[in-house]
Structure formats: structure tokens, C-alpha cells
Design a protein around this ligand. Structure first.
Ligand SMILES: *[C@@H]1O[C@H](CO)[C@@H](O)[C@H](O)[C@H]1NC(C)=O
Ligand SMILES: *[C@@H]1O[C@H](CO)[C@@H](O)[C@H](O)[C@H]1NC(C)=O
Length: 628
């Protein structure tokens, strides 16, 4: 949103523009220069210490270096199979907006082998040994955060779990009304959704174990998410998953022949708040669901507990029934039943003191106070086991704001975040969204505009990665095939003083649009170096810009990079460069990112942009965007 006052020059992009702007080199000179550069680069490369990015510079970019130094936008938009599909529900919000896309043409879908190693994202089938579903009322943010911390040791999202360990996954089954629109509570809810990506909003108004179970069997299955064991609980229960795993391991070995490991159903009659059930047991339950509904007459009970009672009655009847036909019917039911473990003691109810918790307790229900929850977790030795086993630590983070200014971005914020998250997921980058740093600006002794939160965020996140890729909320990725590594290769290879000089000196890459007075800080790359830390520290002292509109932190950045010691470290992308910060009017098919930044609230412009992004991914060509 920074730079919202800036004009949008109406000229199309210079045909031979390079990332440094078209005017710097003539075409011939440039070709020679590029060839020279490539040669120099390879010489350097073989015996240099150019390994600051050695982990990440492995894909396509370096292989096609001579070509990649010019960044003439590709007009062909690859249709990248299904894995580009935006997850889960962006469509409805966009459809209500008027389309900003002037001309959309169908384009022949041309396939070429992807040069990027695409890892499975949310739309590819995923199987987990244990799938934990925690039912939680939409408004209970604080309990959810306590659960994340207590169960999984997740204090913050600075190094988020981008891919869950195949052995285990968890999610919140969120019921009840979302907090009212345009309230602070709603902002927090949207923010939580963006930052944690573990909320599954359902239509139910209350927790019901049966509904959770059916939801897992239908909605989740349709999405390709399957499991061996389902662990269902409400947010007021605490489950000791380690004990459950241990018990399952030992029990399964002793199953009667004919029963599968996933035939297990672990119930506690009378306790609706915790259940462990194997996938086969769940299927058997739902196969003849109606049969078990009325087994228990007094009070309500869960379907699974009823199934257990039904099973018990079959066993009892088998003792006295003699009629052959009936006997074989009962025998078949017995053989076809899940393997039930009935639990009375180890599924406990909170008795208001931890001393009441017996050894080997695996679940305690009805813990309403957060401090009690923490005390029980301690008593049950909940270690905060990690749910995430990253294959490798991400070296690049896509970082954005999840702070919803005066509610204006409420409808589009989480969709805009999904656009960036799926991009990060596709290329194995981390996706970090933050809001607290924006909110805290008003709490400071010297109050600053919320947008200064960006600097706090960058300071906080940068040390955890090699490169940080900042994107304002209103910047939308149009071409997710573009990788950060390729861009860095291009910067390096076409750097006038050579790739080595780029590695040594450049720590900030940012655009300076032609008609703007200064940089546009809506999108930039920053490298984790001492210089960057010093730059950020100094920036924090720019009191003149704390509340000085319209530029604020952007003005402070611009001022500072005029100074010797700072300006040498900055690569300015000039002349309406299309590398990563294209204004809507200047869009050329193939451009990586469109940054909407209108004068007014960017909500509808962003929704339109997201719609266009999806069309592009479906193989259509979007040629321009309307002025907002
Ligand atoms: C959960 O939400 C309910 C209703 O919104 C509220 O009464 C209760 O205090 C909340 N509990 C926690 C732990 O936040
Ligand atoms: C469900 O009902 C059918 C028909 O009565 C029966 O053949 C089948 O075994 C039942 N399934 C289970 C899991 O009991």
C-alpha cells in the first residue's frame, strides 16, 4: 500500500528493457556484454567463494544464464496441471466483484516439462498415520494458541511448518459464528487464519464428535486427506498423544487374526470429548450408521459409543441365542466389527486439581481455564512435540503483512495470503505473515504509523533466512513459475561489476518507478547480512518519517539509501522494471507480480487481481488490468 499516491505512467514497457532499465545498454552492446559476463562468471564460479547461496541456486536459472539476463516477459503462460489450483475457497468472494480484466483470451495450453521441482501442495493426496482434529469455537483464539504451543511447541510462526510430517497432522475444526465483520475480534480471526493456516471453518454451530467424524470421511477425503488413526477432541480436552501412540503400537500386535490395525476403535462411553478411531473402524461405523443410533436410550451418546454398545449386545446375545440363522448373523456381525478398546479410567474428566490425574491418563476433558490446561499438560508430560519435519530448512522467506487496516481488507486479506503461500509452498520457501508488529506501533512511547510494522517484521524474520522477499498485502503473484533463485541469478549475472561484486555488495533489491519521487517499498528482496541489520537499525531511528505521510517507512528507506555506506548496497530496479513490482496499468503477460496500491482501499483491486491470477493459471492470457 505504500506509494499509493504515486502516478501510474501510461507507457507500455520498453521492448528491450533489462532489469536495470532499457536505456543502459544498446542491444548489441548488451549482447556482447552479456556473453562477456557469462564467461567471466564461469571463470569466477569455478574458483570462487560464490557459495552464499549454494543451496538455493540449483535449478533452471543458472543453466540458461545467457538468456535469462534479459527479462523480456514470456507471453506464453504455462498451464501447470492441477497443482497450481488455488486452495480451498477463494472463488465466491471474487465472483461478486466486477472483473478488472479487460481482455481475456483462451490460449492453447502448451506443455513443457517444468524446470522447477514442484513439491506436493495442499491439493495433492496426503496420508497421515495420525490425524488430530481439534474442535474449537471460532471465537476461542486464545485456547487455540495455547494448544499449538502446548501440543506442538509452536510459539510463533517465524519459521512456519510449511509441510506437515507425513506421520502426523492436526487441524482445528472451527464451529460457531465467525466474529462479527468489521470488529477487532474479526480482524484477529482473519489474521490467525492467515498466519497459521490450520483453521477449517465448518457450518456447524456446536461441537459434535459425530459431525467431526463424518466431516473427516467426506470433506477431507474429497480433498485427498486420509489417515490411519483419527484423534478427535474438543478444545477443552487435553490428549496425551504419545501414550496413545504407544498403546496402539502394543495393542495392534495382539489383535485377533482378521482384524486390521485400523480396525481399532478406542472409546470411552459417556465421554464425547475424546475419541481415537482407525480408518476401518470409522468406515464400518458409517456403513450401517442408522443401526446404532438408538442403541443407548438414556441420554445422548456418540455414534461410536453406540456402535460399541451394539457390539457388546451382539456378544451377549451370542451366549444364549440358539437358532442357527440368528446365530450366524450375530457371528458375522462379531467378525465384522471393529476392535474396540473401552476406556473408563484413562479418559478422565478434570476434577479441578492435578493431584487427581492418575498415571497413564491419556485424556482429560472439561478443562475450561487456560491455566488449568497448562497445569494438566505439565502433569501429563506433554513435551510440545514437533509436527513438522522439514526436509531442509528454507533459506528464502516470502513475508507479508496480515494486519487488516481499519477492516478495509477483511474480505481479501486471507485470499491474498493464500496466493503467496501457495507460491512459497511450490518452491519450498517459507511463508511468514505477521500482524502484531503493525498493531504495536500505536503502543510505542513514540507512536508511529502502523505501516512501520513492516520494518519491525523484517528485523524479526530476516535473521532466520538467507533472503527475505517482502510483499505488501496488495501485491499479487501472477506468474508463480518465476522463482526467487532465478531472479537472483539474473541480478547476479547482469550486475555491471560482475556476479562476484553483486554477491559482495548487494543486500537490498527494490524498484524505483519512473515517475515516482522515490522507491516503492511494496516489494523487495533483502539479504541477511550485517549491512542489512545496520540498515534496519538506522532506519528505526528515522523519527522524521514516523508519522510523515504519505511515505512513512518508504520515505525513511529512500532517504537512508542516499547515504554513502548505504547506497552501494542497493540495486534499484528502474524505468518501470517488471521484475517483481509491476503496476496494474503496465502489466505485460508473464510479469511476476502486480502491485495494486490504489489510492483507496485495495480490496476490490486485489480481489480482481486474484481472479486474474487464477485465470492465468488456468491457461488464459490476461493482457491488462483496469485502473482501479
Ligand atoms: C470460548 O468462547 C466462548 C464463547 O465465545 C467463551 O465464553 C469462552 O470464554 C471462550 N473460552 C476461551 C478459553 O477462550
Ligand atoms: C452392515 O450391514 C450389513 C447388512 O446387514 C452387514 O452385512 C454388514 O456386515 C454390516 N457391517 C458391519 C460393519 O457391521
Amino acid at each position: 500500500m505504500a506509494g499509493s499516491e504515486l502516478p501510474f505512467p501510461n507507457n507500455a514497457r520498453a521492448e528491450n528493457a533489462t532489469i536495470f532499465g532499457g536505456s543502459r545498454f544498446g542491444r548489441k552492446k548488451r549482447t556482447i556484454f552479456v556473453l562477456l559476463l557469462v564467461a567471466v562468471f564461469f571463470v569466477l564460479w569455478f574458483n570462487s567463494d560464490l557459495d552464499r547461496l549454494s543451496n538455493t541456486v540449483v535449478d533452471s536459472g543458472s543453466a540458461q544464464s545467457p538468456k535469462s539476463t534479459t527479462v523480456a516477459p514470456s507471453v506464453v503462460i504455462e498451464d501447470d496441471e492441477a497443482d497450481l489450483d488455488e486452495q480451498p475457497e477463494p472463488a465466491p468472494a471474487v465472483e461478486t466483484e466486477k472483473a478488472p480484466v479487460k481482455a481475456v483470451e483462451e490460449q492453447k495450453k502448451k506443455k513443457k516439462p517444468s524446470t522447477v521441482a514442484v513439491l506436493p501442495d495442499e491439493s495433492t493426496p496426503q496420508h497421515f498415520k495420525y490425524l488430530m482434529i481439534i474442535a474449537s469455537r471460532a471465537s476461542n483464539l486464545s485456547r487455540r494458541q495455547l494448544i499449538r504451543k502446548t501440543y506442538f511447541g509452536m510459539e510463533d510462526n517465524l519459521e512456519p511448518c510449511m509441510k506437515k510430517d507425513k506421520g502426523f497432522n492436526y487441524m482445528f475444526w472451527v464451529y460457531g459464528e465467525k466474529p462479527m465483520s468489521k470488529t477487532p475480534e474479526r480482524r484477529l480471526y482473519e489474521t490467525e487464519k492467515i498466519e497459521w493456516n490450520d483453521l477449517e471453518k465448518v457450518d456447524q454451530s456446536a461441537y459434535s464428535q459425530d459431525e467431526v467424524l463424518k466431516w473427516a470421511e467426506t470433506t477431507l477425503k474429497e480433498r485427498g486427506v486420509t489417515y490411519d488413526y483419527l484423534v478427535i477432541q474438543d478444545a477443552y480436552s487435553l490428549i496425551q498423544l504419545n501414550y496413545i501412540q504407544q498403546t496402539i503400537q502394543s495393542e495392534v500386535g495382539q489383535f485377533p487374526t482378521g482384524k486390521l490395525a485400523t480396525d481399532l476403535a478406542w472409546v470411552s462411553p459417556g465421554n464425547k470429548n475424546a475419541l481415537v478411531a482407525g480408518s476401518t473402524a470409522v468406515q464400518k461405523l458409517l456403513e450401517n450408521e442408522s443401526e446404532y443410533k438408538d442403541v443407548i436410550t438414556e441420554g445422548e451418546n456418540t455414534l461410536m459409543a453406540n456402535f460399541y454398545e451394539f457390539h457388546r449386545s451382539v456378544l451377549v446375545q451370542l451366549n444364549f441365542v440358539t437358532a442357527k440363522k440368528e446365530l450366524s448373523r450375530l457371528q458375522a456381525l462379531k467378525e465384522n466389527s471393529p476392535f474396540f478398546i473401552s476406556e473408563t479410567n484413562r479418559f478422565a474428566t478434570w476434577k479441578n486439581h492435578v493431584e487427581s490425574i492418575a498415571d497413564l491418563t491419556i485424556a482429560v476433558s472439561n478443562i475450561y481455564q487456560d491455566s488449568d490446561f497448562a497445569a494438566v499438560a505439565h502433569t501429563l508430560n506433554l513435551g510440545g512435540s514437533s509436527v513438522c519435519k522439514p526436509l531442509e530448512k528454507a533459506s528464502i522467506a516470502v513475508v507479508t503483512s496480515s494486519f487488516i487496516y481499519d477492516n478495509c481488507m477483511e474480505p481479501s486479506a486471507s485470499l491474498a495470503a493464500d496466493n503467496k503461500r501457495s507460491y512459497a509452498l511450490k518452491h519450498n520457501y517459507a511463508f511468514v505473515a505477521r500482524s502484531g508488529e503493525f498493531a504495536q506501533q500505536q503502543l510505542r512511547e513514540e507512536k508511529r504509523r502502523p505501516v512501520w510494522g513492516k520494518i519491525d517484521v523484517v528485523q524479526k524474520v530476516l535473521p532466520k533466512y538467507d533472503w527475505l522477499f517482502w510483499m505488501d498485502m496488495d501485491a499479487v503473484i501472477m506468474n508463480p513459475e518465476q522463482t526467487v533463485q532465478t531472479l537472483l541469478d539474473e541480478f547476479r549475472n547482469s550486475f555491471p561489476e560482475g556476479p562476484r561484486a553483486f554477491e559482495k555488495t548487494i543486500d537490498l533489491v527494490i524498484s524505483k518507478p519512473t515517475k515516482d519521487k522515490m522507491i516503492n517499498a511494496g516489494v523487495f528482496f533483502m539479504r541477511n547480512t550485517e549491512w542489512a541489520q545496520k540498515f534496519l537499525n538506522t532506519l528505526q531511528e528515522s523519527t522524521y518519517w514516523y508519522n510523515k505521510g504519505p511515505s512513512y517507512e518508504q520515505g525513511a528507506m529512500w532517504d537512508l539509501i542516499q547515504e554513502p555506506g548505504y547506497k552501494e548496497h542497493v540495486l534499484l530496479l528502474e524505468n518501470d522494471d517488471h521484475t517483481f513490482n509491476t503496476f496494474p496499468k503496465l502489466y505485460v503477460p508473464g510479469d511476476f507480480i502486480v502491485h495494486f496500491a490504489p489510492d483507496k482501499c485495495p480490496n476490490s483491486a486485489v480481489l480482481g487481481g486474484l481472479k486474474a491470477a487464477r485465470q492465468i493459471q488456468q491457461g488464459q492470457t490476461v493482457t491488462s488490468f483496469q485502473e482501479d
